[in-house]
Design a protein around this ligand. Structure first.
Ligand SMILES: *[C@@H]1O[C@H](CO)[C@@H](O)[C@H](O)[C@H]1NC(C)=O
Ligand SMILES: *[C@@H]1O[C@H](CO)[C@@H](O)[C@H](O)[C@H]1NC(C)=O
Ligand SMILES: *[C@@H]1O[C@H](CO)[C@@H](O)[C@H](O)[C@H]1NC(C)=O
Ligand SMILES: *[C@@H]1O[C@H](CO)[C@@H](O)[C@H](O)[C@H]1NC(C)=O
Length: 383
């Protein structure tokens, strides 16, 4: 691990030097850490160890006869994965998987189904309160996954707001929109605190009736036994805006070629396989995605200002301060993982650029490759 981080830093210095002379977005000498090892280790009390065959996912009516897939078929070296599951205090006993415990606040909000209602309106563009700024694929093709490093920052949010930095895989017409969203999110009404946490969300009907966060309702099948390799874990951020060291979390969502299940992993090395959304949950995503999106989304109730997105600073503040996503890749119709291409991507924003913005120039050198700056302070954002 140490050797890896060292390599990352060397690579970044090399890349930043190139950046300085070639007018990319990375015009400053900042060291970066891309790590899948920045998740809080003191998480024992927040998780229950549940029998893998009795986990919430399997209560879903469509998963009655679901046979749990313990490893994705696209992972060639199972032995190496097993080693990363080595025994630690953070591990559930054999045959059990960690499931995030609901906080009291969390239950109050979800029982009144506020979360479902607030989320449903995101796809009708006129709905107040939601803002989305993303880089989207434009090709008419089938995707089987996406990959990105997401810069992570603490943000200060109020109750009932949320701010997510995510990868989306989507398919289907608007009212039957199948969508999986995965990344880092501050969501006080969901978690009962303002920490940045690994968050997964899925829906099959444009967020109308079916869909939910993490393990809130049945859907996501957890296979990793480590308590820090689950949805809901807080990300332990050591650096802040303007710091010379930047921290990133890497995510990959990938459809399994033989089972059709959508797997979530933390990347780069060592890859941690977390679990999957079973193919059976979906109507359109079961055969692949038609759209991949990278970027941020916020919500605030209509009478409240919009919360910060990304780092809370605009792209014009450059890599030093702005939110950032890099190593953007898609998994294509032949299940090959490739960098996104600038000609195939378009910027989407539903608000003014003083609120949130996204700058994408394409290639940012050998380390970050395809990358963009995004986010902003929020406030009174126009629709
Ligand atoms: C989880 O914790 C274990 C042991 O404490 C550590 O080796 C591993 O890197 C951590 N994984 C993540 C994703 O934080
Ligand atoms: C949610 O919980 C509150 C307080 O426990 C209760 O008054 C309310 O009726 C519940 N709402 C639903 C939809 O169950
Ligand atoms: C997308 O591709 C399919 C199959 O090649 C074709 O039938 C369809 O018309 C195309 N759609 C658009 C919007 O180009
Ligand atoms: C981010 O927030 C966490 C949790 O409140 C805290 O432990 C950590 O020190 C904060 N990091 C920074 C850089 O402020």
């Amino acid at each position: 691990m140490t050797l890896f981080l060292f390599l990352v830093i060397i690579l970044c210095v090399a890349c930043c030097n190139i950046g300085a002379s070639s007018k990319t977005l990375l015009d400053e000498q900042y060291h970066s850490t891309v790590s899948n090892n920045i998740i809080l280790h003191q998480v024992d009390n927040d998780f229950d160890c549940v029998d893998i065959y009795k986990q919430p996912a399997l209560q879903h009516p469509l998963l009655k006869n679901h046979k749990i897939q313990l490893y994705p078929t696209f992972v060639k070296n199972i032995v190496r994965i097993r080693q990363s599951y080595r025994k630690t205090v953070n591990e559930c006993p054999t045959g059990k998987v960690p499931i995030y415990k609901r906080t009291r606040k969390h239950q109050i909000v979800t029982n009144s189904s506020n979360l479902q209602i607030e989320d449903f309106r995101h796809y009708s563009q006129s709905s107040p309160g939601y803002h989305t700024v993303t880089l989207d694929t434009t090709q008419n093709m089938t995707f089987h996954g996406a990959y990105a490093f997401i810069g992570v920052y603490n943000l200060s949010l109020q109750q009932n707001q949320y701010s997510a930095s995510s990868i989306w895989v989507e398919s289907g017409p608007e009212i039957q929109r199948n969508s999986i969203r995965v990344g880092a999110e501050v969501h006080p009404s969901l978690y009962g605190d303002s920490q940045l946490r690994i968050t997964g969300y899925w829906t099959v009907d444009g967020q109308k009736n079916n869909g939910c966060y993490n393990y809130d309702c049945s859907g996501f099948v957890q296979v990793n036994q480590m308590k820090n390799c689950t949805l809901g874990v807080p990300i332990d951020i050591k650096t802040g805006i303007g710091s010379t060291k930047k921290e990133f979390m890497g995510f990959r969502i990938q459809q399994d070629r033989s089972t059709g299940n959508w797997w979530l992993s933390f990347v780069p090395e060592p890859v941690f396989i977390i679990g999957y959304w079973p193919k059976q949950l979906f109507t359109h995503l079961s055969t692949g995605a038609s759209l991949i999106r990278f970027g941020g989304q916020t919500y605030a109730p209509p009478n409240m200002d919009s919360p910060p997105m990304g780092s809370g600073r605009l792209p014009k503040e450059k890599y030093k301060n702005s939110g950032f996503m890099g190593s953007l890749q898609i998994i294509d119709s032949d299940y090959n993982q490739n960098d996104v291409k600038p000609k195939d991507m378009k910027r989407y924003s539903d608000t003014d650029s003083n609120c949130y913005d996204l700058w994408y120039h394409g290639d940012e050198g050998p380390f970050w490759r395809q990358a963009f700056l995004y986010g902003g302070p929020g406030g009174k954002c126009s629709i």
